[in-house]
Design a protein around this ligand. Structure first.
Ligand SMILES: [Zn+2]
Ligand SMILES: [Zn+2]
Length: 345
């Protein structure tokens, strides 16, 4: 099969599309013919060499995978050849304390797909049955690759971590990015008032076009000032921060009394200074969130099916042009998620 192999990370990573053996199928595995795979900041960080812990040598990246089941192992009972499916982000055991407490995405035995195990930047990927989630046969398969990450990740943050509902105002930083755009979609679908922050006038226009949020362009005027002005000086109940250190201070200043800031992304790999009084006197909660369970992916699929939300895929690139997609991501020129499409089998 053709697969995109990361031979050497770096500023200009060595990525080669080449022939590798189709992975061997175990009794509990499914072989998935990949339709598309999202290019995540996680992949970009591994390609750059910023993230290397636990990464397999000569990895086939890609954890945002959709496709059709091409073959199943002898013990697989929940899948059939031809099923439309998406992958979870990690494997999991269903037996450890974390799995038993609804945190299978942080399973103690879990291994990252497209990180420790080969992922979806290939014609085929081999996954354990439990990591394969069937979706509707009528679902548009390419954008379905985004059901787990970023969409399931965002759903978990908004619903489970922040408990967002119609009574809340949610501010999203980096609203034009993959996590950001889907935070806007899903927060709006949960009934919240949404303020979408971007630094790019071009992305602001696209966000306006979605009709899901009041759009704030962060520039000369700090976005926290505008957020306060839009909320009668109260601030917002929840900040979904997908940018991290670069906007940390402004994000915190936007939070209302008893409000919450959920950290989902760190784009610059930097650090920030915190004045503890800003947290204390707000009685604020600052919490990190990552990952999604099977149930989040199933809920996302249902919400897409009912028309409540939609995946936002900016552009499709052939797998062999992954380096171009990588450069576009690094230049922050993308809106929503970029999809990589392998050559047809
Ligand atoms: Zn991802
Ligand atoms: Zn487990």
């Amino acid at each position: 099969m053709k697969a995109l192999v990361l031979d050497a990370p770096g500023d200009e990573p060595s990525l080669t599309l080449r022939d590798v053996p189709v992975p061997a199928l175990g009794p509990h595995d499914a072989l998935v013919e990949v339709a598309a795979a999202g290019l995540c900041h996680h992949d970009v960080a591994v390609m750059q060499g910023l993230l290397s812990r636990g990464v397999k040598q000569q990895i086939i990246l890609g954890h945002e995978v959709s496709g059709r089941v091409a073959d199943i192992g002898d013990s697989v009972s929940s899948l059939e050849v031809g099923d439309s499916v998406v992958s979870t982000l990690t494997t999991f055991c269903r037996e450890c304390q974390r799995c038993l407490h609804g945190m299978e995405y942080r399973c103690l035995q879990g291994r990252g797909i497209g990180h420790t195990l080969d992922g979806g930047f290939a014609q085929f990927v081999c996954l354990p049955e439990s990591s394969v989630v069937p979706v509707s046969m009528t679902a548009d398969l390419d954008p379905a690759s985004l059901y787990a990450c970023p969409m399931g990740v965002v759903l978990r943050a908004l619903q489970d971590v922040a408990g967002v509902g119609p009574e809340n105002t949610v501010l999203v930083t980096g609203a034009g990015g993959g996590l950001g755009v889907h935070s806007v979609e899903i927060a709006a679908a949960l009934g919240a008032r949404v303020l979408a922050v971007t630094t790019s006038p071009d992305k602001a226009e696209k966000l306006e076009g979605m009709g899901r949020a009041e759009v704030i362009v962060h520039g000369e005027l700090d976005f926290s000032e505008i957020a306060l002005a839009l909320t009668e000086d109260q601030g917002v109940d929840v900040v979904i921060d997908t940018v991290g250190s670069a906007l940390f201070q402004s994000s915190l200043k936007s939070v209302t009394q008893f409000g919450m800031m959920v950290l989902l992304g760190e784009v610059a790999g930097g650090e920030t200074r915190v004045n503890p009084a800003e947290i204390i006197f707000r009685d604020a909660t600052i919490v990190g969130s990552s990952g999604a369970d099977r149930r989040h992916i199933v809920t996302v699929a249902d919400m897409v099916g009912s028309g409540a939300i939609r995946p936002v895929a900016f552009q499709r690139f052939a797998l062999e042009d992954a380096a171009d997609a990588y450069r576009l991501m690094r230049a922050q020129k993308t809106f929503g998620r970029v999809l990589l499409v392998p050559p047809s089998v």
